[in-house]
Each structure stands twice: as C-alpha cells, then as structure tokens.
Write a protein that binds this ligand. Structure first.
Ligand code: SF4
Length: 264
C-alpha cells in the first residue's frame, strides 16, 4: 500500500483544553505539516516534519521514546493501543499541524484505530480543507474546526470554512467551531463568522478562544520572532459574545484550559 506511513510529531495522553471536549481525557496523535501560518500559532514546530517523533510509553507519564519519521501505520496503531488503558480515555484526538494533509493515510488508519480501541475519533482542524475531509468523514465522530479571522490570524479561508462546516453538518458528524480572538480582532469579521455558522445551523456551538500569550518555548519554535498579539479585554469579549448571540444559540468564551493546567 502506498499510504501506510505518516510524518508524526507525537503521541501522548492528556486532558483536552479546548472547545466542546474541554476537560476530557484523550489520546493525542499529532501529525506534522501545516499549510497555514497563523499569527498566534503555538505549534510552529509542526509546520515541517522532524526527523523523529516522540511517543509516550505510559499514558500521562511523559516518558517519551524517540522514533524515526515517517512512521508505519502498524507502529502507530500499536502505540495508540498501548495508551488505551481500560476506561481511561474518552476519545482519540487527531490533531496537528493540519491533520487533513494526511488524509490518504487517515483513510487507512482511522477505521483500524476505531475498531481496535472502540474509542470515538475527534478531528481537530483548521477547517479549510473540505475535499480532504470528505474522504474521511465517515470515520469521524466529532470535528472541532477553526474559523480563522483574517485580521487576527493573517489567513483568509472564508469560502473553504463555509464548505467545510456544511459538509460536517450534512454528514451528521458532531461539529463545533473555535475562533481565536485578540485585542486586534475586528467586530465585522466576527459577525461574518456568525453569519457563516448561522447559514449552516444556528445551533452549532461556537467557542470564542482568547489567545494565550506565547511562552518562550513556543516563540522559540518560530524561525523568526512571531508577531506580538495581546488577549482581548473583558469588555471586548462581553460585547462580541452578545453580538454573536443575536445570530447563534451557543456562543461560549473559553480560554485554552490545558495551558492553565500546565498540560502539553
Ligand atoms: S492552523 Fe494551527 S498549526 Fe497551523 S499555523 Fe494555524 S494555529 Fe498553527
């Protein structure tokens, strides 16, 4: 088979800190590569593939072993199975980088990991690659997709976001939207995002995620100094939530709770 290997960053067990699954325990499979360059990115080390990946040996112990990239499908399956202790995990998080850049691998991998663990599969994505999503949608239980506000992220994916959300919703998969917000966020872009979601369904949950200032380690992962973004003020957050709730049923404000807990 052609697609039996993938470029990986890491596998580990941790508490999900964002969105609808915040607080749940997941096995994280973080894939390499991203085709976006968000100004607030805290994972710039995922943009390219490293020579090696790190694999946790015992769930939550951070006792990582190093393995060469690319990794074989069977190896990844075995590493995930080792993490899968009875009753510990709520789901498997497929994350990155942009995991949909590995869609051909995921087509083979996801049905096998789902069958072997019995755990639901959650995709965490930039929400801008609908064609790739379509190839794996049937193997997903839930999707957390971003809407990248151009002025905040530096990326413009409006059309792709619209197609992507529609595909999730019509495919019957549980879906929610995350939107990173900062002091420079433009109200009109937030309203455009609200309209985009409402057009698909006003019931889809939206999470406004105030940016967390980057740590020294996260800044180090950038090749050049990243732009400095400040979190929004409490007044901005209150105003934006109120405005978006005119179009949407569920607009929640939730910071990255895993960072508060000191999680990876
Ligand atoms: S999509 Fe995610 S990994 Fe890619 S640049 Fe944006 S924040 Fe970073």
């Amino acid at each position: 088979m052609i697609y039996k290997t993938a470029q990986l960053i890491e596998v580990f067990s941790a508490i999900q800190g964002e969105g609808l699954n915040a607080g749940t325990r997941q096995i994280f499979i973080r894939f390499a590569f991203c085709d976006l360059r968000c100004r607030f990115c805290d994972s710039a080390h995922t943009w390219l593939a490293p020579a090696t990946c790190r694999i946790e040996q015992t769930p939550g112990q951070r006792d990582f072993a190093t393995h060469d990239n690319p990794v074989k499908l069977d190896s990844l399956l075995a590493w995930v199975m080792r993490q899968d202790q009875p009753g510990l995990h709520d789901s498997i998080s497929i994350t990155g980088g942009e995991p949909l850049l590995h869609a051909p691998f995921l087509v083979d991998f996801l049905p096998q990991v789902r069958k072997s663990t019995g755990l639901p599969v959650y995709l965490e994505t930039g929400g801008h690659r609908p064609s790739q999503l379509a190839t794996i949608l049937t193997y997903l239980d839930s999707v957390g997709m971003d809407i990248k506000l151009p002025n905040t992220s530096g990326e413009n994916c409006w059309q792709a976001h619209g197609e992507f959300l529609k595909l999730c919703y019509e495919g019957g998969v549980e879906v929610f939207v995350k939107i990173a917000i900062a002091s420079i966020t433009k109200t009109d872009e937030l309203l455009q995002a609200a309209s985009l979601v409402a057009l698909v369904s006003p019931q889809i949950p939206v999470f406004l995620q105030p940016i967390t200032p980057l740590t020294a380690v996260e800044i180090d992962r950038w090749q050049a100094p990243p732009p400095v973004l400040l979190p929004p003020s409490p007044e901005q957050v209150l105003e934006w939530q109120a405005l978006m709730k005119r179009q949407l049923k569920q607009v929640r404000v939730l910071p990255q709770t895993h960072k508060m807990l000191g999680q990876l």
